[in-house]
Design a protein around this ligand. Structure first.
Ligand code: 5GP
Ligand code: ZN
Length: 116
């Protein structure tokens, strides 16, 4: 996708603080972090959102989730973290390239899981 910001990050066309890259996925720090540790895990292939996935994407989705614990530890969140996938209009997704948010830090994330 020519105009997708996360495709551009995956291709190295715009800078990001990448913390992992392999054939299928990239992880990089969120530009506006909501916690001391906040990074995103994306597939290199342009997939708009989780709403566009099905069982045929299970291996890719599984790998994206499975690297989160190691990356969270390496980034300074050794005692747990929060994973968020915002999906579509109702999920208030802003960037329409599938991404898993990983939020954490040395201390618990303040506040409730969602605002009221
Ligand atoms: P969403 O609301 O779609 O789940 O989250 C999109 C996230 O992407 C936001 O947390 C936002 O800060 C992050 N983001 C948007 N543009 C950029 C960018 O150019 N670089 C990086 N590193 N993060 C971005
Ligand atoms: Zn994309």
């Amino acid at each position: 996708m020519d105009n997708c910001i996360f495709c551009k990050i995956a291709r190295g066309e715009i800078p990001a603080r990448k913390i992992l890259e392999d054939d299928d996925m990239v992880a990089f720090s969120d530009i506006h972090p909501h916690a001391p540790v906040h990074f995103l895990i994306i597939p290199k292939r342009h997939i708009e959102s989780l709403a566009n996935c099905d069982e045929s994407d299970a291996a890719l989705l599984g790998r994206m989730l499975a690297v989160a614990p190691r990356l969270a530890r390496e980034q300074g969140s050794p005692d747990g973290f929060r994973t968020i996938i915002n999906t579509g209009r109702v999920g208030r997704q802003e960037v329409y390239h599938l991404h898993i948010h990983v939020l954490g830090g040395p201390e618990p994330i303040p506040g409730p899981m969602v605002g009221r």
